[in-house]
Design a protein around this ligand. Sequence first.
Ligand SMILES: [Zn+2]
Length: 243
Amino acid sequence: MSLLTPTDKVVEPSNQLSYRVIRSSRKTLAVYVYPSGEIVVRSPKQCSDFEIRRHVQSRERWITKTLTAFLEMPGQLNLSYETGEAHAYLGELYPLLLATGKTRQAAIKEDKFQVCVRPGDETAHIKTTLVNWYRQQATAVFSRRLDFCYKAFSHVDVKKPKLKCRLMKARWGSCSSEGDVTLNLELIKHPIHVIDYVITHELCHLIEFNHSARFYELMVQAIPTWKQSKADLEKGVFLYGSF
Ligand SMILES: [Zn+2]
């Protein structure tokens, strides 16, 4: 893995790019560029090294542009909503593929985040279309994960909370004195185990309102590996960026 620092030279299109290949039962080739400077090619099993190399070469301009952009903005990723930019869903990154059509819609198809906007639409419309899609998924996923996480509390006298989801700037979740749990929509970009960690944190607050020793005992009982999930959440913020 190559870690770029601002003093490194920007890769010129004529240079050989080094990348990691992950072969799987997928149908298409896709290149991913990460803020760390790492380039990953996801490839169908039968693709030859030559075909992969040729595909990387055909994407070289975009790769170089993306690497340069990452170099220029250390710290948290700023999303630009341009074709090729990686957007996260449940901990996986998908390159954005923009198209125009009659209706605004979004979907993950063939390992791409396919977003259709109307002719003449601006970045704000792309963003709103994506956020609406995320919100739909989040409503279903968060509700399923709450059902799952609540099972660990079945022996405690605590009512299953009502769930809300909204974009929040400074927190991942909160719980009200009435016992409602609100989750940050941004969480849907993170893996399931990270979502479970945040939900469980809020469920523990229904029993222990403060971050007391008893609170952390409850956390360990419900999710023994919660510290790793917390670390993954923090890492994800850097990798996925926010709306
Ligand atoms: Zn808390």
